[in-house]
Ligand binder design. Structure first.
Ligand SMILES: [Zn+2]
Length: 304
């Protein structure tokens, strides 16, 4: 694709809403700076619990229809972030939300958790070889917090990156090596500060307050290689989160999922580089996912 911008970022997520919670500020910033930002979401999130009582009928154990509704929520969220390239793995409805670990939904036909790894990865290889992103963002091997679809999204993303680079994997397209792969992370100190701020300034915003271990991807600060300051895009991130109204309740700089437990919204987003060469001298944190890539020049006027 010759007409794509010089900088190309691909994000792989499990359900609609994960992208806005984890990477909303990053996505808005890179889109605004002229990068091509592409999102692949692996399921429609059919098994999510519904927060607003007026929409409770959409739940799978009621009338159903939540998956189709969440397609619309995702599109609205991407509108808020300025991201026009968002797709579902293999096309909408190819893979179904697998529910929480240990439930019967894990093994139902079409469940993403039960999908063949190379078959699922093959859909993503086609995206990678077409868009030729320099940077791929996904979850750690535990999927951040152990949800089967998040674990599977990690496996599919990593496998697809390997296959896309392998000339022996033939699908009619040219091989492509993703230069840098990142996992979503939150440094423990930042999570602690965020919860302290929530307790001080809005202790009653939600029925309860989450624990640090409820936040996906929390690790010791030393694991963090990269931080992306998206504070200029805080409004876009919270607007995108609000667009996922069945799943997220937003109150100022805080939010809750269907468990009603408040959490901070992070507008600086953190990553661990797990493949590729860091673009900074040892010791420092990268401030740009494309740092050090000679084929990914900054867009004119972009901030570093
Ligand atoms: Zn999810």
């Amino acid at each position: 694709m010759k007409d794509l911008p010089a900088r190309r970022l691909l994000l792989v997520h499990a359900h609609p809403d994960d992208e806005s919670i984890n990477n909303g500020a990053t996505m808005a910033r890179y889109a605004a700076e002229g990068a091509h930002v592409a999102l692949v979401t692996c399921t429609l999130g059919e098994e999510g619990e519904v927060i607003p009582p007026a929409l409770a009928h959409l739940a799978e154990d009621r009338e159903g229809g939540l998956g189709a509704h969440r397609v619309g929520e995702l599109a609205a969220a991407m509108g808020e972030l300025g991201v026009s390239d968002h797709r579902f793995l293999g096309g909408a409805g190819t893979y179904r939300d697998s529910g929480m670990m240990g439930t019967e939904q894990n093994h139902r036909p079409g469940a993403f958790w039960a999908a063949g790894l190379d078959e699922a990865a093959g859909h993503l290889v086609a995206v990678i070889r077409s868009l030729r992103p320099q940077v791929l963002v996904t979850y750690d091997p535990d999927g951040g917090y152990g949800h089967p679809d998040h674990i599977q999204a990690h496996r599919v993303a990593m496998r697809a990156a390997d296959l896309a680079a392998d000339p022996a994997y033939e699908d009619g397209a040219e091989p492509h090596t993703v230069a840098k792969i990142y996992w979503n992370r939150v440094p423990r100190s930042v999570a602690e500060e965020g919860f302290a701020r929530l307790r001080e300034t809005a202790p009653d915003a939600f029925p309860g307050i989450a624990a640090i271990d409820d936040v996906p991807g929390v690790v010791d600060d030393a694991e963090i290689t990269t931080e992306i300051d998206g504070s200029s895009y805080a409004g876009a991130k919270t607007a995108a989160m609000r667009a996922h109204a069945t799943q997220i309740a937003v109150d100022g700089p805080f939010f809750a999922l269907s468990n009603d437990l408040g959490q901070p919204v992070f507008t600086t987003e953190y990553y661990q580089l797990v493949r590729g060469v860091p673009g900074v001298d040892h010791g420092g944190r990268e401030r740009d996912l494309f740092a050090g890539l000679t084929d990914a020049p900054l867009a004119p006027g972009a901030q570093t």
